[in-house]
Structure formats: structure tokens, C-alpha cells
Write a protein that binds this ligand. Structure first.
Ligand code: C5P
Length: 220
């Protein structure tokens, strides 16, 4: 079979990662979490004392860190200059700073190149999840899915993951990050014209996975 390229975009808390990983595993495809790459470069900026309010400073060093993603859906990995950063990229600190770093065009160019080369080298195909995969990174993807959910459902899922985090605080932080990601100039969070929109508010994770697997099989 021809390698199949699947783009899954949407705001945070819509179940993108869980869905994408499960779909890739079911279909024997590679998996790429592009949010993890933006978090990794943000972690590097923070660790190296770069002022994240200064886009010029960020742009100047955007090419420095070496970011490597492991694309096995059963054990995805992410390293920066050889250091495993899977844990540190999920802290509140990185989460609150990633939108500012990912809005810098030089950062996006750099990370987009990595994403395209990983997609091109995936033997059986790949599921790539993010914000701009269908619109910018892989406009020729075989299938584009745009996941949505109500702000309440998204906040509930996120605070579930964060084990006991205040749901109102989580909801506000989520809305703020989505607004920043949707309004930036370069490659904002957006649904591609030819993407299939799936509202996951009333669906279980299993139902969303089934839905996307069916969509992929229809394209094969
Ligand atoms: O998906 P996740 O919540 O880990 O993404 C973290 C951040 O990375 C997003 O809020 C966004 O700023 C950035 N991102 C992006 N483009 C992508 C994926 C993520 O700008 N394709």
C-alpha cells in the first residue's frame, strides 16, 4: 500500500494526542506530536535564558537546538540536544510560554522542515497532529481531520489530565492559549477547507478513534 498521510488539527483538549496515537497504532503508521516539538524548543529557550517576550532574540537562536522526535505511536520520544525532555515540556511554565515562541516565523520555518522530512521518510505513512498541519505543513495530506469540543469539555479533559487542577483556571489558560494560537500572523490554528470537522464534545475517545480510522480506511 502507498504511505498514507493523516493530518489532525484542533485546539487543546479536543483529544488530538490520544486519538492520533491510537489511530496510528491501529493502522501501523508512524505518529508525530508537533506540539511536543514547539514545547521542546520553548523549553530550550527558557533553559538558556532567552527572553521569550523578545521575538528577535528567539529568531536569532531558533536554529540552535537539535530536536529529535521518535515516531513510534506506542512509545513516542522527544529529545533536545540528546536530552530526554518528555517530562519538562509538560510543565505549567513551558505551557504558558509556548504560544509566544511558536508565533515566531523563524521557529515555525525550522520546525515545519523537521515535520515535512519526518512525514516524507515514514515508510507506511504517518499521523501528524498539531494546529497547522492541514493548512501549512502537509497541505497534500490524504486525510485532514479538525477536532473540536466545547470549552467546558476541553477544560474538563485537561484538568482530568492535570489531576485535580482547578477547572476554572485550566479553562481560562486554555482559552487564552487557543486565542493566541488562532490570532498569530504566521500559520495560525485553523481548519483547512478540505478538512473533516469532528465535534468530540459528546463522543467517547473510542468513538472518536473509530470515526477517524473509518475516515482513513475510506481514503485508502
Ligand atoms: O498540542 P500542544 O498543546 O502540546 O501544543 C503546544 C503549543 O504548540 C500550542 O499551544 C501552539 O502554540 C504550538 N503549536 C503550534 N503548531 C502546531 C502544534 C503546536 O503552533 N502544529
Amino acid at each position: 500500500a502507498q504511505p498514507v498521510i493523516v493530518a489532525i488539527d484542533g485546539p487543546s483538549g479536543t483529544g488530538k494526542s490520544s486519538t492520533s496515537k491510537a489511530v496510528a497504532a491501529r493502522l501501523g503508521l508512524s505518529y508525530l506530536d508537533t506540539g511536543a516539538q514547539y514545547r521542546a524548543i520553548t523549553w530550550w529557550m527558557v533553559t538558556n535564558g532567552i527572553d521569550i517576550e523578545d521575538p528577535t532574540a528567539i529568531a536569532a537562536v531558533a536554529g540552535k537546538p537539535e530536536i529529535v522526535s521518535g515516531t513510534d505511536p506506542s512509545a513516542p520520544t522527544i529529545t533536545v540536544d540528546g536530552t530526554d525532555v518528555a517530562g519538562p515540556i509538560r510543565t505549567q511554565d513551558v505551557t504558558s510560554k509556548v504560544s509566544a515562541v511558536s508565533a515566531v516565523p523563524e521557529v515555525r520555518t525550522r520546525i515545519t522542515e523537521l515535520q515535512r522530512s519526518l512525514a516524507a521518510s515514514a515508510e507506511h505513512g504517518i499521523v501528524v497532529e498539531g494546529r497547522d498541519i492541514g493548512t501549512t505543513v502537509l497541505p497534500d495530506a490524504d486525510l485532514k481531520v479538525f477536532l473540536t469540543a466545547s470549552p467546558e469539555a476541553r477544560a474538563a479533559r485537561r484538568s482530568g489530565e492535570l489531576k485535580g487542577a482547578d477547572i476554572h483556571v485550566t479553562r481560562e489558560a486554555l482559552i487564552k492559549r487557543d486565542a493566541a494560537d488562532s490570532s498569530r500572523k504566521t500559520s495560525p490554528l485553523a481548519k483547512a477547507d478540505d478538512a473533516v470537522e469532528v465535534d468530540t464534545t459528546e463522543l467517547t475517545l473510542t468513538q472518536v478513534i473509530e470515526c477517524v480510522v473509518t475516515l482513513v480506511e475510506e481514503k485508502r
